[in-house]
Design a protein around this ligand. Sequence first.
Ligand SMILES: CCCCCCCCCCCCCC(=O)SCCNC(=O)CCNC(=O)[C@H](O)C(C)(C)COP(=O)(O)OP(=O)(O)OC[C@H]1O[C@@H](n2cnc3c(N)ncnc32)[C@H](O)[C@@H]1OP(=O)(O)O
Length: 224
Amino acid sequence: MRERLGDTFDPIAVPDLPTPDPDLDRSVAELRRLREAIAGLAHSEVELGDIADRLAEAADLLEPRVPEPARRLEAMWTGAGSRRANPVGGPENPIAPPVRFFGCDDGSVTAEVTLGLAYQGPPGCVHGGISALIIDHMMGFANHWGGRYGMTAHYEIDYRSPTPLLRPLTFRSWVDEVDGRKTWTKATIHAGDRLCVEARGLFLEASVAVPGHPDRRSTVGDGA
Ligand SMILES: CCCCCCCCCCCCCC(=O)SCCNC(=O)CCNC(=O)[C@H](O)C(C)(C)COP(=O)(O)OP(=O)(O)OC[C@H]1O[C@@H](n2cnc3c(N)ncnc32)[C@H](O)[C@@H]1OP(=O)(O)O
């Protein structure tokens, strides 16, 4: 198994996800537009009373129609499963940062992401928990790309320099070492040439029961 990231990157697109309900994806896309438009509106001159009424109308229309959370949880584990619903880039998940990963032919994975105001921690900078979220998920993706599966058992993260909002960030991750059930995976975030964050995680082969499907287990990272 590779021990360090190579110098060459030749991104390969991961197959596009199916779109079983285009209106669902469209609704989420509109919510994301709203999220970015509204984040940071405080102290602006924008009059929001009418907007808030319309948003309440939409929520009132939707809420009575949706199935119970337990039924939705079962349903989301059919078809493309977690890849559509996950909180990093999942097209069905309104809180997901807009991240799309690419597998590279050296075994690493990468993503270019510009994060907006909704993800702010320190002034003008990405919240450390958001970086950690994307990194954890990306390490899972790198494991998948490297033919490894598992749940995060432990990970450590060093914030080396502030991670800017509103500027393209490069996320990278790769399997570093493997030993039986254990996989150690590394990840970095750069702004241009500047290292912002580096992390290392330990993943253990394990599986969890899939809600509503008593005969199925997910090995986490299988995208099931
Ligand atoms: C194209 C399609 C792409 C799709 C991509 C999809 C990507 C999706 C990515 C999604 C990504 C999302 C990712 C997520 O969000 S995963 C969600 C967050 N993680 C969890 O919830 C995990 C909760 N923990 C557990 O379930 C158990 O503890 C696990 C299963 C992890 C281990 O319990 P298990 O009973 O199996 O193990 P064991 O206790 O016998 O120990 C075994 C060995 O491991 C060593 N050990 C254990 N723990 C630690 C520790 N903390 N530090 C250091 N070492 C540790 C231990 O010493 C022993 O070593 P040794 O004595 O053998 O040497």
